[in-house]
Design a protein around this ligand. Structure first.
Ligand code: PA5
Length: 447
């Protein structure tokens, strides 16, 4: 079976192949530090061997729990923010019908999200939508104390209890949180919800293969077994036994660090399939939160092509030359659509007649690659044979492993996120949270 494939040759000319090969020893040391747990943030390496440690009983528990929600809900609300929802949404969106919410003959509940923002209109509209609907909740928070999901959970739990009764609603709520700490754990124990544990040693943005991702993905009707199998394959391919030349995570980590050293401070993740928009969002969190610290780190951006070629395409072609692109290219579409012939040919498109739509998309992809290289944008490419659970599993583990290696080469801790606390402290001070009296006084003096 083919795996996802990384090509870095279109970066050469901007940086030298020799210099990338020069990272060999550094990459090997970083990879070893991950496996031996000797690098920075080594308490957060639970994701590293996760695919090979997920057992049958765990997968069955996930699937059985998913079945209860599938059998009893028209809509399931996944509550979580950051790493507690992005991986889920990336996988579900990439695998779902593009017009999923309009499907009438449904086999699976509609998955919607809450707790990923504090939009009052968003929450109002969601609660209106859920009125008279059979809905369930998967509440996800590792810390169990994050404001956004806690706020959404209080609102939606109250609504569910009002609509279904307190006892019945307990079967429709699943919590995924720390094994003993946090308000969500306390609440779940008291209410008797079904729970899954997020292990201490797995950070949010590396948690898509824990119940954080697996449960909602299973509820949406997708194969978590295939997702894990793909990740497992990459655990081996990106492991210690693989040579630098054969290890895509090693190569990706090396080439992006060399590009960064040569003034390419922005990486743009590109897709040519609109369903992959949230893969870009997940990837942005993974790399942004992992590497952006100590005044260092590549800024991760993402675009959907060809859509954004008609907006950001101008900047990419001719703006400041501080960018490089990493293109995710899906080799085979899941469906076939042939462009029809027209006798009148009034639109002048008969040159496309008989071609697959994907052939046009692929030429757009190739044309863009050549144009952007000509415009001074180094180009990396990740080819996925197909858009399915297995290859998404491969892709996500590959990116996680490369992120760990890349962060170590950069010299930072890729597993913490101290900067995320700054806004929270100010928000609590402004909202006069008990315990923040001094901060409240100080911040009010500034506004
Ligand atoms: O990657 C991370 O650690 C963060 O994005 C968290 O996932 C996010 O802040 C949500 O945290 P929690 O799951 O504790 O509510």
């Amino acid at each position: 079976m083919q795996n996802i494939k990384l090509s870095i040759d279109k970066a050469f000319g901007f940086i030298s192949e020799q210099n990338v090969a020069g990272y060999k020893a550094q990459v090997a040391a970083a990879n070893l530090a991950l496996h031996q747990g000797t690098g920075k943030g080594s308490d957060f390496l639970g994701w590293l061997n996760l695919p090979s440690t997920i057992d049958e009983a765990h997968l069955t528990d996930i699937e059985n729990t998913a079945k209860i929600l599938r059998d009893n809900c028209e809509v399931v609300v996944v509550i979580g923010i950051g790493g507690s929802y992005l991986g889920t949404k990336a996988v579900i969106d990439a695998l779902s019908n593009s017009f999923d919410w309009l499907q009438t003959e449904r086999k699976s509940p509609v998955i919607v999200y809450a707790g990923q923002n504090i939009g009052e209109d968003y929450l109002y509209e969601l609660q209106e939508l859920l009125k008279n609907k059979k809905f369930g909740i998967i509440s996800i928070s590792k810390s169990g104390t994050t404001t956004e999901p806690a706020l959404a959970f209080r609102l939606l739990k109250t609504q569910l209890e009002e609509q279904q009764g307190k006892e019945a609603s307990k079967k429709l709520i699943v919590a995924i949180t720390d094994k003993s700490r946090g308000a969500l754990r306390t609440l779940s124990t008291q209410e008797g919800y079904k729970t899954f544990v997020i292990d201490d040693n797995i950070g949010g943005r590396y948690s898509v293969l824990t119940p954080v991702g697996l449960l909602p993905i299973a509820v949406a009707g997708f194969s978590v077994r295939d997702l894990v199998a793909g990740a497992l394959k990459m655990e081996t391919v990106c492991g210690l036994e693989t040579s630098f030349e054969e290890n895509p995570a090693a190569q990706y980590a090396a080439v992006r660090n060399e590009l960064y050293k040569n003034g390419k401070g922005i990486e743009i993740l590109v897709n040519f399939h609109p369903k992959m928009h949230y893969v870009g969002e997940w990837w942005k969190q993974l790399y942004g939160e992992s590497e952006g610290k100590e005044n260092k780190g590549i800024f991760p951006a993402a675009v959907d092509f060809t859509t954004d070629l008609h907006s950001m395409g101008q900047w990419i072609q001719e703006g400041e030359r501080t960018i490089f692109e990493t293109v995710i290219s899906v080799k085979e579409s899941n469906f076939t659509k042939i462009f029809p012939h027209s006798e009148a040919n009034l639109d002048g498109l008969n040159f496309l007649a008989g071609k697959r739509v994907d052939e046009v998309n692929k030429m757009a992809e190739l044309g863009t690659q050549i144009a952007h290289i000509d415009g001074g944008v180094p180009n990396l490419k990740i080819e996925m044979p197909k858009l399915n659970e297995y290859y998404l599993g491969e892709l996500m583990y590959f990116f996680e492993k490369a992120c760990g290696i890349s962060g170590y080469i950069l010299g930072i801790n890729p597993f913490d996120q101290p900067g995320v606390e700054a806004y929270k402290k100010n928000m609590f001070a402004l909202l006069e949270k008990p315990g923040f009296e001094a901060e409240t006084k100080a911040i009010k003096a500034r506004i």
